[in-house]
Design a protein around this ligand. Structure first.
Ligand SMILES: [Zn+2]
Length: 162
């Protein structure tokens, strides 16, 4: 059985995840799909740490969850760890890592089949990856504690009638 305050806490946690994600999407770094450059991505691969358009998100799904874990920014529920993974990486840094050895004259493919080949080469075969790159450790995230403290503060305010 979950109590009312637990439900409130879960709700606030989701709200916080959403607001951080929306802020990330407004960031210049994440305004274009990391793979095909189309405008206004609304999907993300949280383990890779990138924002994607719906078409590339579909291709990432086909790679399997051992390579890419895809979610809708607005339709799915998120955990703080997943959000922090996106915060740590983001599209610009991900390009620096996964496209370090992309030829200078490379043009991003636009049709579905060549886009899929590119995405497979990039993440499955890591064809262009920066050799020296080591995936970062995820920091421990404790948003729950922050939210609890905030709720406690609110409760106390109500009590004292401030
Ligand atoms: Zn795309």
């Amino acid at each position: 059985m979950s109590s009312r305050s637990e439900r409130d806490k879960a709700k606030q946690l989701q709200e916080k995840c959403q607001s951080v994600l929306n802020a990330l999407l407004r960031d210049e770094d994440n305004k274009y799909c990391v793979d095909c450059d189309s405008k206004g991505p609304r999907w993300a691969s949280w383990n890779i740490g990138v924002f994607l358009c719906i078409r590339c998100a579909g291709i990432h799904r086909n790679l399997g969850v051992h390579i890419s874990k895809v979610k809708s920014v607005n339709l799915d529920s998120w955990t703080p760890e997943q959000v922090v993974s996106l915060q740590q990486m983001g599209n610009s840094r991900a390009r620096a890592v996964y496209e370090a050895n992309l030829p200078d004259n490379f043009r991003r493919p636009q049709n579905d089949s060549s886009l899929e080949s590119f995405i497979r080469a990039k993440y499955e075969h890591k064809k262009y990856i920066a050799r020296e790159w080591v995936p970062p450790q995820l920091p421990k995230v404790d948003w729950e504690k922050e939210i609890e403290e905030e709720m406690e503060k609110q409760r106390r305010k109500k009590k004292t009638g401030e």
